[in-house]
Each structure stands twice: as C-alpha cells, then as structure tokens.
Write a protein that binds this ligand. Structure first.
Ligand code: HEC
Length: 152
C-alpha cells in the first residue's frame, strides 16, 4: 500500500514538472495568471511568473504601437529572464542563454525606430524571438505567443 502511494506521488511529481512546458495555453490574457496559478500543482517558478508578465506586457506594447503611443519601458524587467529560476532549472542551458541574449537585443531594438511601421516590424521580430526560444525549450505556450503577432 505504501509503495503504491509512493509511485502515485512520484508520477504526480514528474507530471507537475513537465506540466508548464507541455500544455497549450489558449485562454484569455486576463485570466491566464489566476487560472494557471490555481491549476499548476507545482506552484509557479520565478521564470513562469515573469513569462506571464511578459505576455501581458507584449499586448500592451502592441497596443501602444498601434495607437502611436510611447512603448512602455520593460527592458530591465525582461532582462530578468537570465536570473529568474525556472521550473526545470536544467532548461536554462547554454542554448537558453544565447536565445535570451538574442531576444533581449530585439527588445532593445524596438525602442530605436520612430515610425509606426518600423516599430511594428521591430515588435514582430521580438515576438518571433519569443517563439524561437519556445520552439527549442518550451513548446507549450507557442499557440498563445503566436496570438501576439500582428493580424493573427
Ligand atoms: C530564452 C528563452 C525564452 C524566451 C526568449 C521567451 N521564453 Fe517564455 N518561457 C521559456 C521557458 C524556459 C519557460 C518555462 C518557465 C518555467 O516553467 O519555469 C517559458 C514559459 C512561458 C510561458 C508559460 C508561463 C507559465 O505560466 O507557465 C509563457 C506564456 C511564455 N513563456 C511567454 C513568452 C513570451 C510572450 C515571450 C516573449 C515576449 C517569451 N515567452 C520569451 C523560455 C523563453
């Protein structure tokens, strides 16, 4: 009986670890944080919480560009993807670091252009870099991230 319980606990633990990166996230932006907080049996890692913020911030950036407003300054916040602890710390390997640096460069590049069209182009490159890292490290949220692309 004890052994059975141990096995069940083990299976639960393993599925909790893989949970964040395997499930597709398709729900609405405003409900994502609360819903995921409730359903993730493993709690939320620093990196998972930061990523949810980044998702919300990206919607705000897109809106600001569309409305010709100043892009909110999220550079320092997004740079924390290097230091934030992940659910699976081993995911943050050398590839992750390279992808993260490439991504952060595209974040900074968004603040350079002056025209709306160029800003939108820079934004699209930034989101494509979210996708690049996710294709390599964490495919679950890809469907959700794609919604951040223009006209999709
Ligand atoms: C350098 C790699 C990398 C980049 C760039 C990246 N992500 Fe992530 N993302 C991850 C990893 C790894 C996780 C898993 C985090 C964890 O579970 O600790 C994750 C998790 C997520 C999650 C799920 C969070 C949760 O609640 O479990 C979302 C949503 C997300 N990312 C969106 C984005 C968006 C939007 C961008 C771009 C603005 C982005 N990501 C850029 C690697 C990256």
């Amino acid at each position: 009986m004890k052994k059975k319980l141990l096995i069940i606990t083990f299976i639960f633990f393993i599925s909790a670890i893989f949970y964040n990166c395997t499930k597709k996230i398709t729900n609405n932006t405003n409900t994502i944080a609360t819903e995921m907080g409730e359903t993730n049996p493993n709690g939320s890692s620093e990196l998972a919480l930061l990523m949810r913020e980044m998702d919300k911030d990206s919607w705000k950036i897109k809106e600001a560009i569309e409305k010709n407003q100043t892009i909110p300054d999220i550079k320092e916040k997004f740079a924390k993807i290097h230091s934030a602890t992940a659910t699976e710390p081993e995911k943050k390997d050398a590839t992750y670091t390279v992808m993260a640096d490439a991504f952060l460069k595209t974040v900074n590049d968004m603040y350079i252009p002056t025209s709306k069209e160029e800003k939108m182009a820079a934004y699209t490159i930034m989101i494509n870099n979210c996708l690049n890292c996710h294709k390599a490290a964490c495919p679950g949220p890809i469907v959700r991230i794609k919604k951040l692309l223009v006209n999709q």
